[in-house]
Design a protein around this ligand. Structure first.
Ligand code: SAM
Length: 245
């Protein structure tokens, strides 16, 4: 009850005074106030975080799979057989959906990072707090320690190209040899999101579509990672699998 009251009061304060948080859109050069229309912060963030569990439940049932579980099957056999030894980061974790998938696989340690206090508040209420450490930071310059696994799901399309570069630089240089990064996101050959939705809610989607593949290939090369890309669901959802040599 106290947790819920704290969330509501943060939401209302953030809504009335968006500058009250250093994580608001205005303060984050790599975010945009129009992202998801209602935003990820303040009252808009509260509404979005509250409805996300239902949203994902509906999506999973309609497509017939959980995208996090499918993405994890793309890891190398060595990593899949040793989940219990892996140290992992979930970047742009939202309400902790991918972190929960990692916790279900018994991953050794999970640090989940998001800029939105609302998403993190709901994540803490909904997930396995003993397994997952939640941190409120901007993913493009968050401190990432040496690790075995980095996941970023449905984050890249919310960042401008400069954010893609900074984030990939930051994550890929911290992967141990054999470590992997999974990037799950909308298919750049999108056939699902309408023009109206993109124009209203996804300010960086066009740039993501146009440049992310090339950026990802380039930074994989620079950081000595094997680059692989698979369509999970044609037109809808893809996964990049970057493996450090
Ligand atoms: C579409 S949601 C995806 C959440 C989650 N990964 C999932 O798959 O359900 C994108 C998340 O990225 C976060 N985000 C966007 N830009 C960010 C940034 N620069 N730093 C940290 N988090 C960011 C948002 O707050 C939001 O929770």
């Amino acid at each position: 009850m106290f947790a819920l009251l704290a969330i509501v009061s943060t939401a209302v304060t953030g809504f009335m005074d968006p500058a009250s948080s250093k994580y608001t859109s205005a303060a984050l050069s790599h975010r945009h106030p129009r992202t998801h229309l209602v935003g990820n912060h303040g009252l808009g963030g509260f509404l979005q975080a509250m409805t996300l569990p239902l949203f994902w439940e509906i999506v999973d049932r309609s497509v017939g799979y959980n995208v996090c579980d499918v993405a994890l099957t793309k890891l190398s056999p060595r990593n899949r057989e040793n989940f219990h030894k892996l140290t992992a980061y979930d970047l742009g974790c939202g309400i902790g959906r991918f972190s929960v998938a990692l916790a279900r696989q018994n991953v050794k340690s999970i640090k989940a990072i998001d800029a939105s206090e609302m998403m993190l508040s709901f994540a803490k209420m909904l997930t396995y707090p003993h397994k997952i450490k939640y941190l409120q930071e901007n993913v493009v310059d968050a401190v990432i320690d040496k690790c075995d696994l980095v996941v970023a799901s449905f984050l890249m399309h919310e960042l401008p190209p400069s954010g893609h570069r900074l984030l990939l630089e930051n994550a890929l240089r911290k992967l141990k040899s054999g470590g992997q990064m999974l990037v799950v996101d909308a298919d750049p050959d999108n056939t699902v999101l309408s023009r109206a939705v993109i124009d209203t809610m996804e300010p960086f989607f066009d740039e993501y579509q146009a440049s992310f593949v090339d950026t990802c290939k380039e930074l994989s090369r620079i950081h000595k990672c094997h680059y692989a890309y698979e369509k999970i669901d044609e037109g809808r959802c893809v996964v990049w699998i970057l493996t450090k040599f």
